[in-house]
Design a protein around this ligand. Structure first.
Ligand SMILES: [Zn+2]
Length: 228
């Protein structure tokens, strides 16, 4: 059997063993030290004036390696090859995450359900804004309820606040966190240490709440059907 046919056949076998790999489009197989390794063939290498080398897998399963300008190609390749276990493990993790985040058709909210959430939010959120605005000692302008897949809240420089109606699908302490976050932007428009210190003063456990939103928020956002 010639080499490439053999490799192709082996890739086929491996694909059956590891279902998740079916989804990786281009994969090359290496045999070194008698060990079989998998590396995606479309690795993006970004060189810049950094001092260290790093590796990262994006949401779309793109593997990116960031390397210093002068590091030789062979050293970059060696770095990648030494991390094949890490790459496999994390590719699989990322794919499982993508799988878990996929909204089932029955999870997609209807227009009527969204209207219902917006109505609830329009009653509930301004109350929470009033509570925390006086606690923080800031004023605010108009409060608008939106439905969107990208953000939970925002604050304009004029002090107008927007909140996502999907917040009504999160626990009350999460709604309070987003309210406090946006109100603290009345003090500081950025996310500086001073900003976070203010958030922490009002909600000492804000990190836990922010983490909840990071872990669960995306799945809730995906309940709004994506625009075609
Ligand atoms: Zn912010």
């Amino acid at each position: 059997m010639c080499g490439s046919a053999r490799v192709r056949r082996m890739i086929g076998e491996e694909k059956e063993k590891y279902g998740w790999k079916k989804k990786l489009r281009r994969i090359i197989k290496r045999e070194e030290d008698g060990e079989n390794r998998w590396i995606p063939s479309d690795i993006r290498i970004v060189r810049s004036r950094r001092k260290t080398i790093s590796i990262q897998i994006d949401e779309d399963l793109q593997l990116t390696v960031r390397a210093p300008l002068r590091m030789p190609d062979s050293a970059v390749r060696k770095f990648i090859e030494e991390r094949t276990d890490w790459i496999e493990k994390n590719m699989r993790k990322m794919m499982e995450r993508q799988e878990a985040l996929k909204a089932e058709p029955e999870d997609i909210l209807t227009a009527e359900e969204l209207r219902g959430l917006a109505k609830e939010a329009a009653e509930y959120i301004p109350e929470r804004v009033a509570v925390y605005a006086s606690l923080i000692g800031v004023s605010c302008g108009r409060i608008t309820i939106r439905n969107q897949r990208t953000r939970w809240g925002s604050c304009s420089s004029a002090g107008n606040l927007n909140f996502n109606c999907l917040l009504m699908l999160t626990p009350p302490e999460i709604i309070d966190y987003v309210v406090v976050h946006e109100l603290c932007h009345r003090l500081e428009m950025n996310h500086s240490p001073y900003f976070w210190a203010e958030v922490e003063r009002v909600l000492p456990d804000y990190r836990k709440r922010r983490k909840w939103l990071r872990d669960n928020g995306e799945k809730i956002m995906r309940r709004i059907s994506s625009p075609l």
